[in-house]
Design a protein around this ligand. Structure first.
Ligand code: HEC
Length: 125
């Protein structure tokens, strides 16, 4: 009986690990980080808001936030849908603080910042 449950447990563990391996995105390289650090939104207002808040965490691997401009890291986030991401950005999500610590960011700013951060470029309107 014990052996059976042990076997079962180790099988669970193995399948769990295999699933993890498939899901885990590539760790960011030095050039991903350099790129994240160098990107800025085009519009002056968004640029200022981004530099004041999002940049600190979203260009650092230590913060465990998806890096700005790292399309592979943003892909699973974008798959949740833009509305969910905007909601999470406004209300906070795990270690991501509400409004990303940008007190004067509107919901529209948040949306524009997410588009910029997930694509590494700002769409001109
Ligand atoms: C104090 C650090 C910090 C700041 C500042 C910050 N973020 Fe984040 N952000 C995080 C972390 C950490 C995560 C990953 C959370 C997780 O998936 O557990 C995250 C995740 C996100 C996500 C993905 C949420 C999801 O549902 O997957 C979005 C969108 C986001 N941040 C937008 C922003 C925007 C826009 C700003 C600036 C206005 C900002 N963040 C500022 C730390 C930060």
């Amino acid at each position: 009986m014990r052996i059976v449950s042990r076997l079962f447990l180790s099988m669970l563990l193995l399948t769990g690990l295999a699933a993890c391996k498939e899901e885990a995105p590539q760790p960011p390289s030095a050039s991903d980080i350099q790129r994240a650090e160098s990107l800025r939104p085009i519009s002056t207002e968004l640029h200022a808001r981004y530099e004041r808040s999002c940049l600190a965490c979203h260009t650092s691997i230590d913060a465990k936030a998806p890096l700005t401009g790292d399309i592979a890291q943003w892909k699973p986030r974008l798959d949740k849908g833009m509305d969910v991401l905007v909601k999470h950005a406004m209300e906070g999500f795990n270690a991501m603080p509400p409004k990303g610590l940008c007190a004067d960011c509107s919901e529209a700013d948040m949306r524009a910042l997410i588009v910029f951060m997930s694509q590494g470029k700002e769409e001109r309107k």
